[in-house]
Design a protein around this ligand. Structure first.
Ligand code: ATP
Length: 249
């Protein structure tokens, strides 16, 4: 029970597909809900906290999806969880691939980063909220750019062979629309259990840090709000918020 895509827009070069949609929102001219913007390369691809997303020209996917949520920012909290599941769905459906998810927003294959998700918001705590859902997915990473990535990574072509990018965009957009519709309807009530089965760090010792502070514990998955659950000394604590970074201990 998804909703149809409003439009698919393909551009050759942008600073970042997320930045472009955020600008349109800030200028008071957001697209329609379900609008997809894809670029062939990004000159300033972004991760969280000002980190770079390597975005060379070629076959990789640099994708943003605009979604308007009328229930305000509070309701937007768990969106990256739903988006991670949508990426999982698409790769399962197309290639039978079984990826793992890392809280709050990364996609891994055999311990290597395949894709990143960057959800950005513009809105008020109450009232309508504009969401820009960015997905950077490595399809075929050119060698020189690969050298710039400072953690284990992989690409789709290396895992499944030749990829039809048009088909990938179409199926991903369908899966995303479905997961967002499910999210709007029932939040993470069903999705959190599903996500927990795909948790790359399930039951392992992890450290969560903000830069200033850090917490270690056994990773128990997420709750229905999308908060990360860490078990420390027999007690389970929930951690919210986008600025936290998770590492294996
Ligand atoms: P973490 O820091 O734990 O990876 P994060 O969600 O904070 O998670 P992001 O901000 O999503 O990370 O992504 C930025 C990081 O991802 C970069 O610092 C780099 O290590 C890595 N990276 C950058 N470009 C790519 C790419 N094309 N493919 C895989 N990894 C990349």
């Amino acid at each position: 029970a998804g909703f149809a895509l409003a439009a698919l827009e393909v551009v050759q070069i942008l600073d970042s597909t997320n930045s472009e949609l955020m600008r349109r929102i800030q200028q008071g001219t957001p697209p329609q809900s379900g609008h997809v913007l894809v670029a062939e390369m990004q000159q300033a691809g972004r991760g969280r906290r000002g980190r770079q997303w390597q975005s060379p020209f070629g076959a990789n996917l640099y994708y943003s999806y605009y979604w308007r949520l009328d229930d305000g920012m509070q309701a937007a909290m768990g969106v990256s969880i739903a988006v991670g599941l949508a990426v999982y769905d698409a790769l399962k459906q197309l290639y039978g691939l079984q990826v793992q998810l890392k809280w709050p927003n990364d996609i891994y294959l055999n311990g290597r980063k395949l894709a990143g998700i960057l959800v950005e918001l513009d809105g008020l705590v109450e009232g309508p909220c504009h969401l820009v859902i960015g997905i950077g997915l490595n399809v075929a990473m050119p060698e020189p750019s690969a050298l710039q990535i400072d953690q284990p990574w992989c690409d789709l072509q290396g895992a499944v062979g030749k990829v039809d990018k048009n088909q990938l965009v179409a199926v991903l957009s369908g899966c995303l629309s479905e997961r967002l519709a499910q999210y709007r309807q029932s939040g993470l009530t069903q999705m959190s259990a599903q996500w927990n089965r795909l948790n790359a760090f399930a039951g392992t010792l992890v450290t969560l840090s903000t830069g200033q502070r850090s917490w270690s514990g056994s990773c128990e998955g997420i709750d229905n709000q999308g908060a990360l659950l860490l078990r420390q000394d027999g007690e389970v604590k929930a951690f919210y918020g986008g600025e936290l970074s998770l590492r294996a201990t």
